[in-house]
Write a protein that binds this ligand. Structure first.
Ligand SMILES: Cc1cc2nc3c(=O)[nH]c(=O)nc-3n(C[C@H](O)[C@H](O)[C@H](O)COP(=O)(O)OP(=O)(O)OC[C@H]3O[C@@H](n4cnc5c(N)ncnc54)[C@H](O)[C@@H]3O)c2cc1C
Length: 388
């Protein structure tokens, strides 16, 4: 057992840190407050070839695993841009996993190459207002026509739909009541976000404001057969393949935010003098920050353990869920403590920790909430009755 990063993995960290260093606090404050998509950062990552880190080598990607993607995304959030930075590129890594596994060679070339090159952006339309976490209860319906489907429905919280060219869209093609199993009868599409048929309304929200979140109204959108991923009726199963990587990435992105906040807090504690000495000389300031360090460290290695299991094709459901849970919690505690360590200045935008604090609530909520993670672990690891 060798629990450390390899030379290649350290090189990934260093490469990302170099890009992040070009985008300082003023840049991220401006993107957050305007709010606007961090196009320059996204472009820098595309030009560096990072958007294809997990994509197949035959298409020009690096063909690396979740472990390397996790190391990369940790470096992205650790680098100051937090979840706003991560969200500009997160979807490129495992969002299209269903296409990699179930797409035809023609679809992969048509869809994945422009994504990797940063020529197209995609969004991910799964969550619906009337279904919530009960995904099989979605109502967006794709009705068969001669050469394709006509889609009607509503999605909510669709990230980056303001700037996206494409949407990965989960629909029902058979009503839940008429399907053998609730997860049957769901079909996945990757298609143009045709704004003459799709209205995208931005949701004003607490944090990560640089990257938009939206309600999406789909009104008789025509989707040709060639934009269907895999077989009709199997879309939900295809999506399940990418859930563990997504949880691992969100968990480790959270850790990066927490570590950034912790560094800022420690720095401030060394510099700020009150009662004639640095506040960081008081154990009441030191101990909570040291606790944050320990929790972040353990969450980081849980994420990499889950990633390593995934990459070696071993079961990792519980570990991936625990990674997301621990990362989210440890980051939230660290950003909260960072605000408190700054005293009143923690509330000022100037010190950035309020931005990280607002963003760190998100990894407790998405892509799955803490309650559902704990229900899953209680059922699968502790043998308790299923509760949802
Ligand atoms: C900023 C942001 C970006 C997002 N981006 C995307 C995106 O790009 N694409 C996308 O498809 N979705 C996206 N989401 C949606 C996100 O994945 C969901 O918000 C999340 O899965 C929770 O679903 P919900 O909001 O419908 O909560 P609900 O299902 O309404 O749940 C509400 C609360 O009840 C709890 N609860 C529900 N059932 C149970 C139960 N049986 N036992 C215990 N507790 C329960 C939940 O844990 C939660 O605390 C985003 C959300 C946010 C906030």
């Amino acid at each position: 057992m060798d629990i450390d990063l390899t030379g290649e993995q350290r090189a990934i960290e260093a490469g990302i840190a170099k890009i992040c260093a070009r985008f300082g606090d003023d840049y991220w404050s401006e993107c957050d407050q305007t709010p606007r998509f961090p196009e320059e950062f996204y472009r820098a990552m595309a030009e560096g070839g990072w958007l294809g880190i997990t994509m197949p080598t035959e298409l020009g990607g690096a063909g690396l695993g979740v472990t390397e993607a996790a190391i990369m995304m940790h470096a992205v959030t650790r680098g100051g841009g937090g979840f706003s930075a991560a969200s500009t590129i997160h979807l490129n890594l495992f969002g299209p996993h269903a296409i990699v596994v179930h797409g035809t060679p023609e679809q992969k070339a048509r869809w994945l190459v422009p994504l990797m090159e940063g020529k197209q952006k995609a969004c991910f339309g799964v969550t619906e207002p009337n279904a919530g976490l009960d995904t099989t209860s979605i109502e967006t319906f794709a009705r068969r026509t001669n050469e394709g489907y006509i889609v009607r429905g509503r999605k909510i919280w669709t990230t980056s739909a303001q700037v996206a060219d494409k949407i990965l869209l989960l629909t029902r093609t058979t009503a839940k009541a008429d399907s053998k199993k609730p997860s049957d009868g769901m079909t996945l599409f990757y298609t143009d976000l045709d704004r003459s048929k799709v209205e995208v309304r931005r949701i004003p929200k607490m944090g990560r404001n640089a990257v938009d979140s939206n309600t999406v109204f789909i009104d008789d959108l025509f989707v040709p057969d060639e934009d269907r991923v895999g077989e009709e009726g199997k879309g939900f199963r295809y999506l399940l393949d990418s859930l563990n990587p997504e949880r691992i990435l969100i968990g480790i992105e959270a850790v990066g935010i927490g570590r950034d906040a912790l560094s800022r807090a420690a720095q401030y504690a060394k510099e700020r003098v009150v009662f004639g000495r640095p506040i960081g000389q008081n154990q009441g300031i030191q101990h909570p920050l040291a606790e944050n360090w320990a929790f972040l460290e353990s969450a980081y290695w849980m994420c990499l353990r889950a990633a390593s299991l995934y990459d070696s094709k071993k079961p990792c459901d519980a570990e991936a869920n625990a990674a997301k849970f621990l990362g989210g919690r440890a980051a939230f505690e660290a950003t909260t403590r960072a605000v408190l360590t700054h005293g009143g200045m923690g509330y000022a935008k100037e010190y950035q920790v309020e931005r990280l604090f607002r963003e760190s609530m998100l990894q407790r909520l998405t892509p799955i909430t803490e309650q559902l993670i704990l229900s899953f672990i209680a059922e699968k690891e502790l043998g308790m009755p299923k509760s949802y």
